[in-house]
Design a protein. Structure first.
Length: 246
C-alpha cells in the first residue's frame, strides 16, 4: 500500500500539517498495512477550524466533520456523511454541536430528497424535494437556494473552465502510479459576489482525487452568481471533475 510511505501516522496535530491515523476493521488503531481498513485525516484550516475526514482505505469518503479545535470535541462548521458508493447522504452545518442552518439530504443516486432548516438542533422547516411541483424554497435572498431560475456559472463558460482545469489540475503522483482515476463532484456555494465558498464533496471517489477536486474549486476564480426573481442570490452549485489518463 502507498499510504504508509506517504502519510505520518499518529503524529501530533500541528498548524498546516495533516495528521493521518489508521484503523483496522474493528476500529482499533494500527500501524500494520495488512490490517488497515480505514484512515482519518485531521486537517488544520485555521485557528478555529479543524476538519476530520474518515476514509475507506482505498475507497470513498465516509464522513467529514469540522471542529472548532484539534481536540475534535466541538462540532462547529460543515458536516457531511456519505453512502457506501461515495454519494453524499447529508450535509449541513453544526454550531456548538447542534445542527444549524440549511441541511440537504440525498439518495444513493445523488438526487436531492429533502431540505431542512435547523435552529439550535431543532427543525424549523422541511421541504420534500422529490415532489413533482415542490414549493419554492424561499423568497428570502439572504438564504442559499437549491433551485433557481438562472444557475450560477463559471465566467467564460465551459471553454474557460476547461482552460482553468488544464492549467491548474495536479494529478497526484501516487494516484498515477496506482492507476487511480474517476469522477469527483464538488458541491459548493456561489455567493452574491461570485466567490466559491463552503466546498464539500458531493461524490467521493478516492482521497487523492477528492483533495485535488476540492482544491480546484476553493482556488477557482469568481463565478457568475445565480438569479431568482430577477435578484442575485446565493446558491448551491454542483461541479463534476473527471480525472483520467490520456
Amino acid at each position: 500500500l502507498v499510504y504508509s510511505m506517504l502519510f505520518c501516522v499518529g503524529a501530533k496535530a500541528q498548524r498546516n500539517k495533516d495528521v493521518f491515523t489508521f484503523y483496522d476493521i474493528d476500529g482499533k488503531k494500527t500501524t500494520d498495512d495488512d490490517k488497515s481498513a480505514y484512515f482519518t485525516r485531521l486537517k488544520y484550516r485555521n485557528d478555529t477550524t479543524w476538519r476530520l475526514d474518515v476514509y475507506d482505505l482505498a475507497g470513498p469518503l465516509i464522513n467529514s466533520i469540522t471542529f472548532s479545535d484539534r481536540t475534535t470535541k466541538n462540532k462547529n462548521g460543515v458536516f457531511s456523511s456519505y453512502h457506501p458508493n461515495g454519494m453524499l447522504e447529508s450535509t449541513g452545518d453544526f454550531k456548538n454541536n447542534q445542527k444549524n442552518g440549511t441541511w440537504l439530504y440525498c439518495d444513493t443516486a445523488g438526487k436531492y430528497v429533502s431540505q431542512r432548516e435547523f435552529m439550535n438542533g431543532v427543525v424549523t422547516d422541511s421541504i420534500d424535494l422529490t415532489a413533482p411541483k415542490p414549493q419554492p424554497i424561499s423568497n428570502d435572498t439572504s438564504k442559499t437556494f437549491t433551485r433557481v431560475e438562472r444557475e450560477s456559472f463559471f465566467k467564460g463558460g465551459q471553454k474557460d473552465w476547461t482552460k482553468y482545469l488544464t492549467k491548474n489540475l495536479n494529478y497526484h503522483p501516487a494516484a498515477i502510479k496506482a492507476n487511480i482515476s474517476g469522477r469527483v463532484t464538488v458541491i459548493f456555494i456561489v455567493d452574491k459576489l461570485g466567490k466559491a465558498t463552503e466546498a464539500r464533496l458531493f461524490q467521493s471517489t478516492h482521497f487523492y482525487l477528492d483533495d485535488e477536486a476540492l482544491r480546484l474549486i476553493e482556488n477557482s476564480p469568481k463565478w457568475t452568481p445565480a438569479e431568482q426573481d430577477g435578484r442575485i442570490v446565493k446558491s448551491y452549485k454542483l461541479q463534476p471533475i473527471i480525472f483520467r489518463f490520456e
